[in-house]
Design a protein around this ligand. Structure first.
Ligand SMILES: [Zn+2]
Length: 427
């Protein structure tokens, strides 16, 4: 295609994004109203599937994750809950002409983390509201805005009457926030491509590496009694606090080791976070049981199973210093995230295409991020599919008053559209 025609195409699409903008914001508010926390993703997935099929004429499929089928993969994460009525969704836009460019997956997760404690929010977390061009709501930044951006980038291309030179898929997945098994199930089912873009809220930067994550549960036993006999009892909550102290030392220890090159400039790349604790039921009882759950980070190149063994051993060594825990070792189990860290190859054509799309829209050079959390990029890596994350900017992600900056949602939509045209080609 001649240069002036490429520019015309780009111009038409950017105009289409402008024309669709209000509709895009309404769509984002609508998907934000679905409280799609773990176990509650079905309604939203059905809504999106219907949208991809009815509004965009895509060939859709949805199915439940079958853990047995995907347990052989390195990034499979074991779960303790059911997958029924929690589908993953894909919409395919198949090219009917000769293949010109490369096939592409646009991927986003629709699961959100809990908004609790909701009473601390300034606005209702599941009734998105625009204040000063920021859209507030749980999951709006992470990552429903990205889902809206990728869907409307494709919609704008369709509206402009353009036919792509390669197949494109829109995938919306569950469990990015706890396992990555949703992404894994789709790729395992054969929904693969020559590249993937995940529209996570990266503030319009590209992810070049990310750490790995494991989850752990520690059950601590005490010896319960009425509080008047507390001297002879063993308080499970106190013993849990002792082990949590040991984990603080573990966190310090792992961050004192030599850092991975991509994380040299982070003063604290590997977080160890106690996220839940349960124990006791009465002020005058000495609790017999206490359990807490922990998230632990690890560098790319480190085997998650090795870290599991290391941290378990660390806890047992601490337990041996305690007269009660020595003979009553805590029960340590691993569930959820079994996620490798990854270093992405920024020299490949996916990154080059994103650099030029970002440059053409923003007139600025694309910046790269080493992310101290995990994303589904690791799943694509395991399948040998080049991928990265690129999406809008938000604040208070996983916190109170989460919001996305709407200007950046529009910019992300524009960049994604420019990326698609270049990557997939235009017939
Ligand atoms: Zn996310």
């Amino acid at each position: 295609m001649k240069q002036f025609q490429v520019q015309d195409v780009q111009q038409n699409i950017q105009e289409a994004i402008e024309e669709l903008w209000e509709e895009e914001v309404e769509f984002l508010k609508e998907i934000g109203r679905h409280k799609s926390t773990l176990g509650n993703e079905n309604n939203l997935q059905r809504y999106i599937k219907k949208y991809l099929q009815g509004e965009m004429d895509l060939l859709t499929d949805s199915f439940s994750v079958d853990p047995k089928k995907i347990s052989r993969y390195e990034n499979f994460s074991p779960v303790e809950w059911s997958y029924s009525n929690r589908p993953v969704v894909v919409g395919q836009w198949r090219t009917d002409g000769p293949k010109i460019g490369k096939s592409l997956i646009l991927q986003g997760h629709i699961d959100v983390v809990s908004a609790e404690p909701e009473h601390l929010w300034s606005y209702e977390p599941y009734n998105p509201i625009v204040i000063d061009n920021k859209l507030y709501g749980r999951g709006i930044a992470d990552m429903k805005a990205g889902v809206a951006a990728m869907i409307f980038a494709v919609k704008a291309i369709q509206k402009s009457g353009i036919k792509l030179g390669a197949d494109l898929q829109i995938q919306t997945v569950i469990e990015e926030e706890c396992t990555g098994n949703g992404a894994l199930a789709l790729l395992d089912r054969g929904y693969v491509a020559e590249g993937a873009l995940i529209t996570e809220p990266t503030s319009l930067t590209a992810v070049k590496s990310q750490i790995g994550v494991i989850w752990m549960r520690v059950n601590v036993s005490g010896m319960g009694a009425h509080v008047e006999r507390a001297q002879s009892a063993q308080n499970a909550i106190n013993k849990a606090c002792y082990l949590i102290e040991a984990l603080e030392k573990y966190k310090k220890h792992i961050n004192e080791q030599e850092k991975h090159d991509d994380f040299k400039f982070h003063d604290h790349p590997l977080n160890v976070n106690v996220g839940t604790i349960k124990g006791g039921d009465w002020p005058s009882n000495v609790p017999s049981e206490c359990s807490f759950e922990v998230r632990i980070g690890l560098y790319p190149g480190t085997d998650p199973s090795k870290v599991q063994a290391e941290v378990k051993n660390w806890l047992f060594e601490a337990a041996k210093q305690d007269s009660w825990l020595r003979d009553n070792l805590p029960e340590v189990t691993f569930f959820g995230y079994h996620a490798t860290g990854v270093e992405l190859n920024t020299k490949n054509s996916l990154f080059k295409t994103l650099e030029s799309a970002h440059q053409s829209i923003t007139k600025k050079d694309l910046q790269y991020t080493a992310f101290t959390g995990t994303t589904d990029c690791r799943i694509f890596e395991e399948f040998g599919i080049p991928s990265t994350c690129y999406g809008p900017a938000g604040e208070n992600i996983h916190g109170i008053d989460e919001y996305v900056n709407l200007d950046t949602v529009k910019t992300a939509t524009q960049t994604i559209a420019a990326f698609i045209l270049d990557w997939c080609g235009v017939r």
